[in-house]
Design a protein. Structure first.
Length: 170
């Protein structure tokens, strides 16, 4: 029995010190998507909808919550498939303490980014961070931490504080 234990210890030591140990994953920072970068892309309806989202984010950053929500909702009316509108609405509802609504908008944003072939690490960092913020706002910090930590590792300038402001999304 002692021989078996000694052999296992030797094999484990050789494997560990011989280079078989697992290295922590390298996290490459990304710059999260900004809605204003999409102002001139897409058809006329998409461009108009993105302009409305940007106007909403501007109003949101000035504390004009009702005006911001109206702009976001008009953006969805103009282009119901605009993923930026749903991303902004998710952020808006999380900031306004309405996580139930935010959850739906996060899912819709993710689905529309995917369908339109626009899913990227620049988009994912915000989706990850918003999901973390959602768990945090629901009083589930244990579930929030991995999401918020991942978002902060990917985009420390924006997600380092666990919060996405309207200005940062703009």
């Amino acid at each position: 029995m002692l021989r078996i234990a000694a052999r296992l210890l030797i094999i484990t030591s050789i494997s560990y010190y011989g280079g078989c140990r697992t290295q922590p994953p390298v996290v490459e920072e990304v710059q999260g998507v900004r809605v204003s970068d999409a102002l001139y892309t897409g058809d006329a309806a998409r461009r108009a909808s993105v302009r409305l989202v940007v106007q909403g984010l501007d109003a949101d950053s000035r504390g004009q919550s009702r005006r911001a929500r109206g702009s976001y909702e008009r953006a969805v009316q103009v282009d119901p498939t605009n993923p930026y509108a749903y991303l902004a609405l998710a952020r808006y509802h999380l900031d306004g303490d309405n996580p139930r609504e935010a959850a739906n908008f996060i899912d819709q944003a993710a689905a529309f980014f995917e369908v339109e072939g626009m899913r990227s690490s620049e988009v994912d960092v915000h989706l990850i961070g918003l999901r973390g913020w959602l768990f945090e706002s629901r009083g589930r910090p244990g579930e929030a931490a991995p999401y918020l930590d991942r978002a902060a590792a990917l985009e420390p300038e924006i997600w380092g504080d666990g919060y996405l402001s309207a200005r940062e999304l703009r």
